[in-house]
Design a protein around this ligand. Sequence first.
Ligand code: A8S
Length: 183
Amino acid sequence: METESEFINKYHMQLDVGANQCSSILTKHIKAPVHIVWSLVRRFDQPQKYKPFVSECILTGDFKVGTVREVNVRSGLPATTSTEILELLDDEQHIFGVRIMGGDHRLRNYTSKITVHPEKIDGKPGTLLIESFVVDIPDGNTREETYCFVQSLINCNHNCLAEVSEKMALHSGNSGQNNPAED
Ligand code: A8S
C-alpha cells in the first residue's frame, strides 16, 4: 500500500507556483469507503452536496471535462458568485481538478486538485483525501493571510465531506467491507 507522501509525490507535486502565488496541500482521513467519498467529490454539478458555503450551482452544459459551472455562495463571505471549469475527472484514478475562471470574489487564478485513496481506518475501509491548490496572493493581502483564508475554507469543505460520507457509509449498511475492490 502506498503512503501519503507517495500519493502526494505522484499526484500533487506538479504545481506550477508563481512568485506572487501561494499553494498548499491538505489531507483528510475519512471513515467511509473510497467509492462513497468519490461519488460526492466527482459531482462537479452538485458541490452543495458537501460544500457548506455553496447555496446553488448551475451547470452551463453537459457534465464533462471543460464544462463551466456558476456557483452561488452563501452570505457572510467576501464573495457572491464563482465561475469554475472542470479540468480533470478521472474515475479510475480518482482525480478531480477545477479552475476558477472568474466571479465576484478575490481568488484569482485558483486551481485545485483532489485525489482520494483507499486506506484502512480502525480496520475498516476508509479514505485518504488529498487536496492541493494554487492561487494568486490578492493585492493588499499577505501570503500568510491568503493561505489561512483558503485553508480554512477547504478545511470546512473537508469536514462536511467527511460528515456526509460517514453518514452515507452508515446508511449503506455494508460499508464496503465485503468489497475486495476497495482494499
Ligand atoms: C472550494 C474552495 C474554495 C472556495 C472559495 C477556496 C469560494 O467558493 C468561497 C469564498 C470565496 O471568497 C471565494 O473548493 C470562492 O470550494 C467559499 C467564492 C471561490
